[in-house]
Design a protein around this ligand. Structure first.
Ligand SMILES: NC(=O)c1ccc[n+]([C@@H]2O[C@H](COP(=O)([O-])OP(=O)(O)OC[C@H]3O[C@@H](n4cnc5c(N)ncnc54)[C@H](O)[C@@H]3O)[C@@H](O)[C@H]2O)c1
Length: 257
């Protein structure tokens, strides 16, 4: 999809990966709805985009609430006249002391934000995009959704759900002309990771870190590829410190899988 002139909603756009994606797509000429519960962070993203000559608006939206999710999508239609791209990106980790000691309310919230809200956002955007003749949905999963996550099993389960949801929508998406893909980052230098490290240290838990931490702009680059490349649907794009790799589970033509 050509990005110039399009309209994108980015959840969790007030920080880290969501901010980098918002700035990247805005630089390429898309108008951005920055959706987040963090008003200060969202306003800062909008300010950065506008001072670089781009177009953006902030909507305070909790992605777990249907009325908020509807509002962020409606804002794209009202302000920019269309909805071409939805990036379901907002997410949290369980945090220390982790499962199963953690308060169940926390792990319920992880599943709600990291998985259920992705399904909710996709379901609400689909009829709008279909009516418009197509669109692109990108979900932020994680390498924790592709491989076991030793320190956060609940987060891993939620992200594995996002990966499979994305893979499973491949054929539906083609029918509706809505390409759904997900990005699976390794460890990225964002407040989420910094908070996680601090919390783990407070609980005396040792954290493993790779020798090179990925920068949010590298994930924005990967998302840019998923938006631009019309041949990709139902795929996971894994982003490691050493490079990128597409996981494409589509069965061979003629297979009954
Ligand atoms: N940082 C990493 O290493 C890493 C790796 C793999 C995947 N991810 C995923 O990338 C996504 C972005 O994470 P990040 O690292 O940029 O974190 P971050 O904490 O910097 O940004 C996340 C944003 O989501 C917002 N948010 C949280 N709950 C929300 C809700 N209910 N409604 C709306 N907004 C909400 C936060 O306010 C914040 O602005 C998450 O889905 C995360 O799981 C991160």
């Amino acid at each position: 999809m050509e990005i110039r002139g399009k309209s994108a909603v980015i959840t969790g756009g007030g920080s880290g990966i969501g901010r980098a994606v918002s700035e990247r797509l805005a630089r390429d000429g898309a108008s951005i709805v920055v959706a987040d519960v963090d008003e200060a962070g969202g306003a800062e993203t909008v300010k950065r985009i506008e001072s670089a000559g781009g177009s953006a608006v902030f909507v305070r939206a909790d992605v777990t609430r249907e009325q908020d999710a509807r509002r962020m999508l409606d804002t794209a239609l009202q302000k920019f006249g269309r909805l071409d791209i939805l990036h379901n990106n907002a997410g949290i980790g369980t945090g220390a002391p982790g499962f199963p000691i953690v308060d169940p309310a926390r792990w319920h919230l992880v599943i709600e934000i990291d998985l259920q809200a992705v399904i909710l956002g996709t379901g609400l955007a689909a009829p709008i995009m279909e009516k418009q003749g197509g669109g692109v949905i990108i979900n932020t999963a994680s390498m924790a959704g592709l491989y076991p996550h030793r320190q956060d099993a609940v987060y891993g389960a939620a992200k594995a759900g996002v990966v499979n949801f994305t893979h499973s929508l491949a054929f539906w998406a083609v029918e509706k002309k809505i390409r759904v893909n997900c990005v699976c980052p390794g460890i990225v230098d964002t407040p989420l990771v910094r908070r996680g490290l601090e919390q783990a240290a407070q609980h005396g838990i040792k954290s493993w870190m790779p020798s090179r931490i990925i920068q949010p702009e590298e994930i924005a680059d990967a998302v840019h590829t998923l938006v631009r490349d019309d041949s990709l649907f139902g795929c996971a794009l894994e982003v490691r410190p050493t490079g990128r790799q597409i996981v494409d589970p589509r069965p061979a033509p003629g297979s009954r899988k």
